[in-house]
Design a protein around this ligand. Sequence first.
Ligand SMILES: Cc1ncc(C[n+]2csc(CCOP(=O)(O)OP(=O)(O)O)c2C)c(N)n1
Ligand SMILES: [Mg+2]
Length: 277
Amino acid sequence: MKWIMQKTTDVAQLASIAKGVRRAVIEMITEAKSGHPGGSLSATDLMVTLYFDVMRHDPANPKWKDRDRFILSKGHCCPALYAVMAKCGYCPEDQLNSLRKLGSIYQGHPDVRFLPALEASTGSLGLGLSLGIGMALSARLDRSPARTYVMLGDGESQEGQIWEAAMFASYHKVDNVVAIVDYNRIQLDGFVKDILDLEPLMEKWRSFGWHVIELNGHDIGEIQKAFAEAAAMKEQPTVLIAHTIKGKGVSFMENNPKFHGMAPTREEADRALAELA
Ligand SMILES: Cc1ncc(C[n+]2csc(CCOP(=O)(O)OP(=O)(O)O)c2C)c(N)n1
Ligand SMILES: [Mg+2]
């Protein structure tokens, strides 16, 4: 029988689910010998809170018309999304370690052809916000209560299309879309501030007409509050600027650009799992 998730607002329970997701991320990437641990770990608490508390969705009915949508625009961080979706009951948890294998449903970037419960195929950075706004507009036309959540990277936010989408959403008063910037301050091979700084980031989003909420992206209570505030906003889209730590939860990965796109060795993975025990 398929296990169907229990949603919860309990912070300790959500934190415990997040720890399980982090463990799965380490196992999957170690087994695959490739993948992106840093940004998967920075986004985990946000994704767990969305799927297990905030979003209206039903793993037994993945195509429910009025479901809330989630798009992982920074698609390379899919190990965390796969683990969250598996823990919800969308897809098998015991196959997570087939990540990046030929024919696996868990491709190196999210692919709806392999995993139809995904909302979108992503990985080419810069596109997800446009997709999400399209979905939100479509829900509005259908008079559906569905809301759309889009997770962006900070490095990804250097893409011009993000800002075209941002301009469009506020002009059209798309208040059923929420963007989340995983502001871990590191992109592919270095610190954002040394490559193409985003600051002042809050002011930029504000000047594009968005309601801006700054928060600690690892504080589940703060995450819950921010999404509740976003849901109450009318006629204006909301962006969460979530301050996070790339590699969060594993001491030697934290704030370390090396673990953007590198798998841990088996020994490193064992150390990581001991820290996440
Ligand atoms: C259009 C496009 N250009 C380049 C890449 C290669 N790439 C993959 S991840 C990445 C860095 C992304 O940094 P960030 O958005 O900060 O992600 P995070 O720190 O959350 O992992 C790049 C450049 C890509 N996937 N798509
Ligand atoms: Mg980043």
